[in-house]
Each structure stands twice: as C-alpha cells, then as structure tokens.
Design a protein around this ligand. Sequence first.
Ligand SMILES: *Cc1c(COP(=O)(O)O)cnc(C)c1O
Length: 394
Amino acid sequence: MIDNREISLSEPVFMGNEWKYVKDCLDSGWVSSVGKYVKLFERKVADYVGSRYAVSTVNGTAAIHTALMIAGVSAGDMVVVPTLSFIATVNPVIYCGAIPVFVDSEQETLNMDPGKAVDSIKKLAKKGTRPKAIIITHLYGYPCNVDPILDVARQYGIVVIEDACESLGSKYKGKMTGTLGDIGCLSFNGNKIITTGGGGILLTDDKYYEKKAKYITTQARDHTVEYIHKEIGYNYRMTNLQAALGLAQIEQLRTILKKKREIADYYRRNLAEIPGIRFVYEKPWVESNFWLNTILLEEDQSIVDKTCLRNRLRKLDIATRPIFRPIHLQRCYRRYRHDDLKVAEMLYNRGLNLPSSMNITRRELKRVTEALKTLCLKDWKYPPLGLEGRFALG
Ligand SMILES: *Cc1c(COP(=O)(O)O)cnc(C)c1O
C-alpha cells in the first residue's frame, strides 16, 4: 500500500530530538523569543556554516528585509536581483522603498548570470548611478557562480547579500553558501532542507551588522529595562519553540544532505538516456545540497508540454512543481524597467522540479523515472489544446 501513496515534492522529516527539545521548552515555560534554544540554535548554525555571527528571525523573508535595512538600503536606492527566484527574494526590496534591477539567468545553474550582473552594474555606473546592494540566490540549492559578482561589488562598493534560503549546506569552492558575501539569509520554512516550522537566520562576520540586526529585529529597543526607542524597529525575532525544533533538525543535517545527494545521483543516472530531458546537476567547483531536483525539457518544448507532463505525472500520484515564474513577469513588478531577460523566461517554460523528499524510497524514485520514461517517449509533446494548455498560458 505504502508504495502507492502520492510521492510528494519535499516534506519535512522529524527523526531526531525534535519532540525532546520542544517538550523541554514547554516544560520550562520559555516559549517566546527569550530562552536557551535561540542562542544554542544560532551558535550551531553559525558554527556549521563558518560564520562569526547568526541572528535568528521569524522567517527568511524577514532575514532578507533586515539584511537590506542594515546594509543601509532606503527609499529610491537600487538593488540588483535575479529575476528567476521565489518572489520573497525581491519583495523586501520594495518594503524598503528601493528599486529592483532585474538580471537574467544562466542556463547551467539557473542562477543570476554573473556576466550579465557585471554588465548591468557597469552600465548603471556609466550613467552615474550605483546600486546600494546586490542579492544573489542559490536556486534549489545549486550554488551561483559568485566570484565575478563579488569582484565587481568590491570594485564599486556594493553590499553583497546572499539569499541562501534554499541552499543551507551547499558549498561554492569549498565555502558554505550564506557566507560568501557580506550578509547571508537562511530560511527554515516547512518545505526547506531543515525546518523550524517557520523561521530564518541572518549570517554575517561583521560586528556592526550583527548588532544592528539584533537591534532592528527586537523593536529597536535601546534599553533592556526601560522602553526607549530612537528608531522604528520590527518584531522579527525567532521564538524559543522554533529554535528548539531547529536545533533538533540541524543535528540531522548531515544525514539529510547525504540522502539528498543519493536522490540526485539516482535521477542523474536514470534520466540520462531519456530523450528531450536535461537533468540539472552541480558544476565541478561547487557542492549542491540538492534541495529540489530540476529537469529542463529540451529547447523545442513549450510551456504547454511542461504543464501537460506535470498533469500526467499528477495522475500517477507524482507531485512536481513548475520552476519559479520570473519576477519581472509578475503583475506587481511589471512597472520596473529591465533589459532582455530571455534566458529566465525560457528556463521557466522548460523547468520542472521533481520529488526530492528526504524520505523518498528507492521504489518511489523508480516510479518517478519510469513514469518519465514512458511519458516522454509517448505523445505528450503535442497535447490537444484542452484545459491544461489554457491553464498554463493564462
Ligand atoms: C523560502 C524562500 C525565501 C523566504 O523564506 P521564508 O522563510 O518562507 O520567508 C526567500 N527566498 C527564497 C529563494 C526562498 O526559497
């Protein structure tokens, strides 16, 4: 029976001290943002990634918002961002009243194209403007090729913020993502590689950033006893309950990463011979956490084919997800000007995330690859223009 359950995209697994630590919180009465687990979790994450400081937040979006604020981004400033990402990468730019400058993607990694990011910054410099910050993502765990971006950012004095919400445990040239720029942001939402239910962390080596992040996320309180505030702050701190769950989860991270790599390697081996599909894999100089595995349909495939394939897999109880819709195409971002972003659009038309849960079984993996083999060798390429096609284009 168990073999025929729906194969999910990514679900959390609690196999360690989760119950024990959360119960300890409840027993101690320390459930809110004061309590030993917050500090323990922050220290554990900081040590794991090799960052001097870690400041926990209510979620990853709040971590990115805080990162922009402590980087000094304010109304009218420009912030360079990838267009192919979850919308939470860019929404905090708007929260600050700043202007997103969208950059196209690189086919190989799905991330911001470093050459195009450099061009974009140089073009702005020629016009006498300089972005205040740049946000780099590591989509689905695949590390971005950051060196050229770090170089140009140093040259022009631009703060580098990493949205590493999907890439805890991924490495670029041996160094953990989230520690490559000036400030890194992690998310512990339920679908991420480890979870606190909802939560985030801001990483930095800079004492000033750390102090400022703690200050802003605790209502900018200037005195520990008296209620004195010079600035507008936010209630963005993580609770002890969340941190307790997180501490138990990060203890499992090595096991999770090992399993994720096995899943990716299985897909790589077994999808290789299927015509019309390319499996995205890590480049030799990086190490992905393989949070979600991605396939790209070949060039001549359209969004209709992708949606059709997805619907047919769903009928076989196999959950997949289209890759993110480029942010410049979202209605709320259409008014921001941008250059040609054709690679991101093309990737969106062709990309699908495959089931990647840590608890997926060998048999289930086989079910997924066998289904893909059958469907891709059959007639799914030219579906009748029924609901599935219209849904995708609408
Ligand atoms: C999940 C995610 C976020 C936001 O994290 P939350 O904890 O859900 O607020 C930001 N950016 C990316 C790329 C994400 O995947």
